[in-house]
Ligand binder design. Structure first.
Ligand code: T3D
Length: 261
């Protein structure tokens, strides 16, 4: 396998991104952050209609590479800088991307690694995978959108317990709590994730992107505001080629051949 910290390939409209520092459980250093930013930028292209993120080796991602966080006596770091430069833009790019992002959690997902996975739209995990809000073990707070997204997924009580205790949660339990969509046998994970990503890449991309944005906006809106937002989204969806294609195919009793436009 390549030595690049991020490997990406495009096939059939799907961009597959692999975090690739397996000896460090795919934890992020600056080089990897920069490569990831480049890969995610590609996702915005018209030719990409779904994104799949996974990790190489036995882990998904162990968050920040702590080798870069060994400080000399008296040195006081500003971790806000890394969040500004890398983690926050990554989370915003995943959430703002107007197309579905699948995460295949192939192994342990810890610290920012867990929260990057949870920021994705559909999370599948290998049976052996676990999620750890490891931040409390080193005196930090959960970042990468964790304190925003996790309580929405599993409720405040469970989110607080995971984040204050740093207890690992296995994939099966994560599914049971509604944190992820599904658990797959380890050796079947990538086939299942790729199949889903390929399917999504054949679907009406504009409509799916707007659906994602509407769901994400819902909990911050009141009903009035949100109905208005849905109306604007529906207006936009109604102007897409895929809407016309979908309706035409319905009456012709044929499978629609969506173009993503
Ligand atoms: O700093 C900022 O800019 C702010 C942003 C912060 C975001 C964050 O993500 S902070 C949280 C950082 N991550 C962690 O605290 C997790 C640290 N890792 C672990 O707790 C454990 O490694 C795991 C629970 C993830 C997995 O445990 P296990 O027993 O399966 O594996 P291991 O033996 O601990 O790790 C395997 C190797 O990966 C090992 O290297 P070695 O001994 O074989 O040479 C280990 O040191 C390395 N590794 C794992 N995680 C990291 C790491 N190396 C650097 N940084 C890591 N985060």
């Amino acid at each position: 396998m390549s030595d690049d910290p991020i490997i990406y390939k495009v096939s059939d409209g799907c961009l597959e991104i692999t975090l690739n520092r397996p000896n460090r459980l795919n934890s992020f250093n600056e080089t990897m952050h920069k490569a990831m930013a480049k890969a995610i930028k590609l996702a915005a292209g018209d030719d990409i209609r779904s994104v799949l993120i996974t990790g190489a080796g036995r882990g998904f991602c162990a968050g920040q590479d702590l080798n870069d966080r060994v400080f000399s006596e008296g040195e006081i770091p500003d971790l806000g800088e890394t969040l500004d430069a890398y983690y926050n833009p990554l989370i915003k790019n995943i959430r703002n991307l107007n197309k579905p992002v699948i995460c295949a959690v192939n192994g342990v997902a810890a610290g920012a690694g867990a929260n990057i996975a949870l920021a994705c739209d559909i999370v599948l995990a290998a049976k052996s995978a676990k999620f750890i809000q490891a931040f409390c073990k080193i005196g930090l707070i959960p970042d990468s959108g964790g304190t925003y997204i996790l309580p929405k997924l599993i409720g405040e009580a469970r989110a607080k317990a995971l984040m204050l205790l740093g207890t690992p949660i296995m994939a099966d339990q994560a599914k049971q709590w509604g944190m992820i969509l599904d658990v797959v046998d380890d050796d079947a994970l990538m086939d299942k994730a790729r199949e889903m990503a390929k399917f999504l890449a054949t679907q009406p991309t504009i409509g799916l992107g707007l659906t994602k944005q509407a769901i994400q906006a819902a909990s911050d809106n009141n009903l009035e505001t949100h109905l208005e937002f849905e109306k604007q989204c529906q207006r936009q969806a109604g102007r897409s080629d895929d809407y016309r294609i979908g309706v035409k195919a319905f009456f012709a009793k044929q499978k629609p051949e969506f173009t993503g436009q």
